[in-house]
Each structure stands twice: as C-alpha cells, then as structure tokens.
Design a binder for this molecule. Structure first.
Ligand SMILES: Nc1ncnc2c1ncn2[C@@H]1O[C@H](COP(=O)(O)OP(=O)(O)O)[C@@H](O)[C@H]1O
Ligand SMILES: [Mg+2]
Length: 371
C-alpha cells in the first residue's frame, strides 16, 4: 500500500460502488468519485466548487458529524441522513461514514451508503422468515391452548353453581379471564392462518375509498385525509377482505400517529411505477411490482428503537396496542406477492406498499399491462 502510485489510488476510489467524497475542514469538496458524481447528478468539476453544506439542510446532523470528526480526529458515522439538492428533487436517505485522513490538510473521507431496494428487500425477507416461524408457533399454541381452556371454563361454571354465595364471584372471574384468553388465542389463530387467499382483479381505489369512508366517520374524525390517486391505475391481483385489512391497519396507525400533531394530516396516494422489479431469492425470476400505494402521515415517525422490528408480531409502543397490525400487514402483503416498507422523509412517515397488477386471463407471469 505504501508505494501505491497516486493515479492507482484515485482509480481505486473511483472503482468503489459507494459515493465517496474527500472534503477539507471547511467542508469544501476536493474530490468526488464516479459514484458520488452519479449520486449528486453533478460533475466532479462542479462538485469541487461546492461544499457539503450545499447538499443538506442547515441543521443536518451530517454537519455536526463533520465537525465532530475534525475536532476529535476520529472516525464516526450517522444513520439515515437526508441528502438533496436542485438535481435531486426528492431527498434520499443515506448512512454516512466520515473518517479523518490525517496530515496537514485536515482532509476527511465521507462515504455514503444508500439504502437500496436490495437492502430493503433483504431486510424484509429476514423479517418474513422470522414472522413465519412465529406464525407456525402461534398456530400450534392456539390449537394446544384452546382445548384445556374449554375444560377450565366448564369446570368453573360447575363450581359457580355449587359454590357458596361468597365464592361465586371468584368462579365467575375464572370464566371471564378464560374468555379473555380465548379471544386472544382466536386473534393468534387468524394470524397463524397460512392458507393462500383467493385472488381476483381488484380496483385498489375502491378498497381505499371504502376505508376512507370508515375513517372519516370513525377513528380518523377531524383529521384531514388527502387523496392523491392515479386515475389510470390498473387493477391489482388481490383479495378484497385482506386488502381492506392491510390499508385499514396502515391508516389506523397513521391516525394514531398524528393524535398530537397540530395540523393532523394523512395522505393516501397511488402511483404506477413500471420500473420496479424485484428479484425472487434463489431464482433468476424478477417480479414486476408496479402498483405503489403509500400511506403518509405528519406524525412524529416510528421510534428509532422499534424501527428494525415493527413488522414483527407483538411489537408496539402503545399502551393498549397488540402489536399485531403491521405483522399482519406484512403477512398479507407477502401473500399478495408484494412488499411493504417504511421511510421517514421530510417530516413525513411513509408506509409504502408495492403490489403486482392483475393480468388478463391466461397470463402466466405477473407482468405489466403497459409501459
Ligand atoms: N404511522 C406511524 N407512525 C409512527 N409509528 C408507527 C406508525 N405505524 C406504526 N408505528 C409504530 O409501530 C408499532 C407497531 O404497529 P402495529 O403493528 O400496528 O401495532 P399497534 O398499532 O397495535 O401498536 C406501533 O406501536 C408504533 O410504535
Ligand atoms: Mg396498529
């Protein structure tokens, strides 16, 4: 490494997949590799006339991170930093690692790690396999618990009849608590149901309008619900009841999230994105998931600690929450061959679902109708 010719070192940085910038202690960019030029949609010449500050908000944690690294001369990283400029209209979230280069010039290397679709999908697949294990366990438990429960309930009923007056409330308490467990087990059983739903072409806007009607007259009263529908959206291959369950859960969560927001706001949007294809693990097949349905709210966002686990069962930050909503959403979306993910961009929490479109009769794979 010691005698590496300078041009080889530059080639090595350019060959890197991640966007890499070298900056001085005023955050001025002195070098940007190819991936960085691509990321910022700007040539190296132009980038060299800019500062990191031009690409982030004035209060961005990235600026704190840079001062920290300069002050301590020690490497450090920060997760989920929003980066955007005139060429990148939509802010992108990246993890950033900054390390000092040492030497007189006080340079630092800034490496960006994009949260790619591949990351999201692999994360999703891991949580899916975890969820699958839990659903198997849930189904088994539900089955094993219900039998003895009916025995206990029967015995408590008999006891109530023959007990002394003062002991009867106790016998009734046993029955009530048993009923509560049965209800819980019933919920678990639904969750453990691994049968494939019957799928038919469905207009997702009809599903969403149905839920919006429920929401506006019930759990989301007083919250502004904004519809942003793509009118030419093709039909989804889906199951009406399950899709209602999915979006009802997402919209309920959004309504609960904006409870303490000043101007509570939920946006429900649909879009056709023919470009999105997802690899199927272990095969060379690529599924097309062009239907994008997003539920967006202006609440405080998902707790940082919970974030990696929210699609797992029994994860909840709410006092009365069962934590089964999103696990159910993930399970049902999976049964539809789609994916669901969460993002936090520009003060908005977004739950995004991608679904396949319905093919005309006889179509073999879930391809695209247009585009
Ligand atoms: N739109 C949202 N904004 C912020 N946090 C959310 C949102 N949706 C879900 N969450 C978080 O994910 C957790 C799990 O959600 P869910 O599985 O529906 O269970 P529950 O709603 O019963 O708590 C919630 O408790 C909450 O902390
Ligand atoms: Mg919920």
């Amino acid at each position: 490494m010691k005698n590496l010719p300078p041009e080889l070192a530059a080639n090595a940085i350019n060959a890197m997949m991640q966007p890499v910038l070298i900056c001085d202690d005023k955050n001025k960019i002195v070098m940007a590799n190819y991936a960085a030029q691509d990321f910022f949609q700007t040539s190296e010449n132009l980038l060299r006339r800019q500062k990191i500050d031009d690409h982030v908000a004035p209060s961005s944690p990235l600026l704190d991170l840079l001062s920290y690294v300069h002050a301590r001369q020690a490497a450090s990283s920060e997760h989920k930093i929003a980066i955007g400029n005139v060429h990148i209209p939509k802010e992108r979230l990246v993890d950033v690692h900054v390390s000092p280069l040492g030497g007189e010039q006080k340079l630092v290397v800034v490496t960006l790690f994009e949260r790619t679709m591949a990351d999201k999908i692999s994360k999703q697949l891991t949580s899916q396999s975890a969820a699958r294990q839990v659903t198997g366990l849930a189904a088994m438990l539900a089955h094993e618990i219900k039998n003895p429960l009916s025995g206990i309930k029967g015995a408590a009923q008999l006891l109530e009849q023959s007990a002394e007056e003062e002991d009867r409330p106790l016998a009734r308490l046993v029955q009530q608590e048993v009923e509560r467990i049965v209800k819980l087990v019933d919920r678990m059983e639904v969750f453990g149901d691994e049968r494939h739903p019957e799928l038919a072409p469905i207009n997702i806007h009809a599903v969403l309008n149905h839920i919006i009607l429920l929401a506006e007259n019930g759990f989301a009263k007083g919250i502004e619900i904004d519809k942003h529908f793509d009118p030419s959206l093709p039909e989804v291959l889906g199951n009406w009841d399950q899709l209602v369950q999915v979006y009802l859960n997402l919209i309920k969560n959004a309504a609960e999230a904006v409870k303490n927001t000043k101007k509570p706001f939920i946006r429900i949007s649909t879009a056709y994105r023919p470009g999105i294809r997802v690899g199927v693990p272990g095969t060379r097949e690529r599924l097309s998931l062009p239907l994008e349905i997003t539920i967006e709210d202006n609440g405080p966002g998902v707790d940082e600690d919970l974030l990696p686990h929210i699609f797992e069962p029994f994860v909840s930050s709410k006092k009365t929450g069962g934590g089964l909503g999103l696990a159910m959403v993930a399970k049902l979306i999976r049964a539809h061959g789609g994916i669901v993910d969460v993002d936090y961009v520009g003060d908005r929490t977004m739950f995004k679902t991608l679904l396949p479109i319905a093919l005309p009769e006889g179509g073999k794979s879930r391809g695209e109708k247009r585009g």
